[in-house]
Design a binder for this molecule. Structure first.
Ligand code: SF4
Length: 368
């Protein structure tokens, strides 16, 4: 791995890039740049990039943490499902610790006797359904465009194996509608540019953002996760802002193409369709921003199979996750940060997830 990442952590190149950024940033002008993705938030915190940039260049974290943006009501739905004796609820690890209404979690449900199991792949859930034909196995599916194709593969595999005891609780969401909402004034600060997501863009391609950049007259640069990737994206964004351009740049050309992965997109398109709207923590209900299975696959849809409805969830009292997720509040400005809310005893979702802004800020705090 070192061989591949070392060139993107080279200190001398970093110094040169920082010099180029300092020369490009105009004195007295502010450049507010949002990194959409939680992976970037962690890279930025880990390498201390804000301290290295000129004073006028501000990095603002965005909502690109799939576990964090899941609203409490969806977690309440999962808890209701897990309480059914016939159900084995499977999901990825982070979700087990995210507080639902009243501070309940899937971990706590498991300690009460619910059959909640952690999986590392959607296909593990399919294998479990095949091995337990007298139980209903539900995979709580979550994530942006990167994780939807593996969920689609699981549904296809369940169909091919003729499993009638496998279904998914789909919480898959789409990146462009969230960027649209942020640039359209959802309570986020005014932004001069966006550092675009890396993994999501390998699937949907950089071309998927061209309309957004043009419509909101805001430049975007897709970037990788290493420090030099982020610095180069910052440099390119400043250049676009100075020139009055609003284009989509692709710094992450080693992994992202204009069209992404058409086969993965076609598979998702065949199985999923946009919901009329979907609730996001912090951003509210956004039109056509969440995915559900198409009617042809309704028998694999847990919401239809178990007649689930999404309750009005209650956010943890005092938690500012909603504001943190749109970049309106810094994690350290939340009164619970590092006091009542810590990684080992999180109050809100942003402190649980490996991609959460509060976890990043906490994990990479510098001594005063
Ligand atoms: Fe929520 Fe904890 Fe972050 Fe505060 S520090 S916003 S309580 S996750």
């Amino acid at each position: 791995t070192d061989r591949f990442v070392a060139p993107f952590r080279d200190p001398e190149l970093g110094r040169r890039l920082l010099g180029a950024i300092a020369r490009a940033a105009r004195p007295g002008r502010t450049y507010a740049l949002m990194e959409f993705c939680g992976g970037h938030t962690h890279a930025i915190a880990r390498h201390g990039l804000p301290d290295l940039l000129p004073a006028g260049v501000r990095l603002i974290h965005g909502p690109g943490c799939p576990v964090c943006v899941l609203p409490v009501g969806r977690l309440d739905m999962a808890l209701a499902l897990a309480a059914r004796p016939e159900v084995i609820l499977t999901t990825y690890g982070d979700l087990l610790r995210i507080p639902a209404s009243g501070g309940d979690t899937l971990f706590k449900a498991r300690s009460r006797g619910a059959d909640v199991r952690m999986v590392t792949s959607s296909l593990d859930a399919v294998a479990l359904a095949a091995a337990q034909p007298d139980r209903q196995v539900v995979f709580m599916a979550i994530g942006f465009e990167t994780t939807t194709p593996p969920t689609a593969v699981a549904v296809k595999q369940a169909e091919e194996r003729g499993l009638d005891n496998f279904s998914i609780l789909s919480n898959h969401v789409l990146t462009p509608p969230a960027i649209d909402a942020i640039l359209g004034g959802s309570g986020a600060p005014r932004l001069d540019g966006i550092i675009g997501p890396a993994h999501v863009s390998t699937v949907i391609g950089w071309g998927a953002y061209q309309d957004l950049a043009a419509r909101h007259q805001t430049p975007m640069v897709i970037a990788g996760f290493e420090p030099l990737d982020v610095l180069q994206a910052v440099h390119d964004l400043i250049g676009q802002v100075n020139a009055g351009r609003a284009e989509v740049g692709n710094q992450y050309a080693r992994a992202v193409s204009r069209d992404g992965n058409p086969a993965a997109c076609a598979l998702v398109e065949a199985l999923f369709e946009p919901r009329p709207d979907f609730a996001w923590r912090g951003l509210g209900r956004l039109p056509r921003s969440g995915l559900k299975l198409r009617p042809a696959y309704a028998r694999f849809d847990a919401e239809a199979r178990f007649e689930l409805t999404e309750p009005e969830g209650r956010e943890p009292p005092g938690c500012a996750c909603g504001e943190v997720l749109k970049g309106a509040t810094e994690p350290a400005d939340c009164p619970l940060f590092a006091t009542r809310c810590r990684p080992e005893s999180p109050v809100g979702a942003c402190m649980v997830s490996a991609e959460g802004a509060c976890a990043a800020a906490h994990g990479h705090r510098r001594a005063p």
